[in-house]
Design a protein around this ligand. Sequence first.
Ligand SMILES: C[S@@+](CC[C@H](N)C(=O)[O-])C[C@H]1O[C@@H](n2cnc3c(N)ncnc32)[C@H](O)[C@@H]1O
Length: 189
Amino acid sequence: MAANYYQTKESVQEYIQLAKDVNGGELIKKLKEFLPSNSTLLEIGSGPGTDWTILNADYEVVGSDNSQEFLNYLKSKNPAGKFLELDAVTLSTSEKFDGIYSNKVLHHLKDEELSSSIKKQAALLNSNGIICHSFWKGEGTEIFKGLFVNYHSETGLKVFFDPYFEILLLESYAEFEKGDSLLLIGRKK
Ligand SMILES: C[S@@+](CC[C@H](N)C(=O)[O-])C[C@H]1O[C@@H](n2cnc3c(N)ncnc32)[C@H](O)[C@@H]1O
């Protein structure tokens, strides 16, 4: 399997097909309990834009990805949308946001990269800014379809986020099977 699964036209098309029936609608309902409509929101790793479309109905959303293939696809499907080429670790933008969202993206970061990302997210948020991120729940790491996957536990995520965020919600949910995923919502300290 290609090491750059999210970067080639063929594998991006394959991912779009595989993921066509999956979306973060339930996660976004929870986000709405904490982040008011019309807030500015950065999505990290927008991929095919399924969640971006749902978020765009309520928020001033800016999509992003580090894959040029996904960015080309997003821009062609949403010509009026705003998209940035951003890596989840460095998040090199001078824009500020009220919220930051990702759905099954940050598990691609190694522990030290996740720590850098969290610190940068806090810097990009306005005061009392909200984060909403999902992860695969479990232990250890693996390579899946050539991609690094870092599994997390509730306790482990608390340690990562606690220095910068008050945790408002941290719960497991089913993406494919009971308890395979974790949702974390936090407020900037
Ligand atoms: C599971 S998909 C996300 C799907 C998206 N939530 C949706 O609604 O369709 C993961 C996305 O994260 C992106 N990604 C992976 N690692 C990244 C990184 N370090 N920085 C930015 N984006 C990344 C991939 O290119 C891919 O588009």
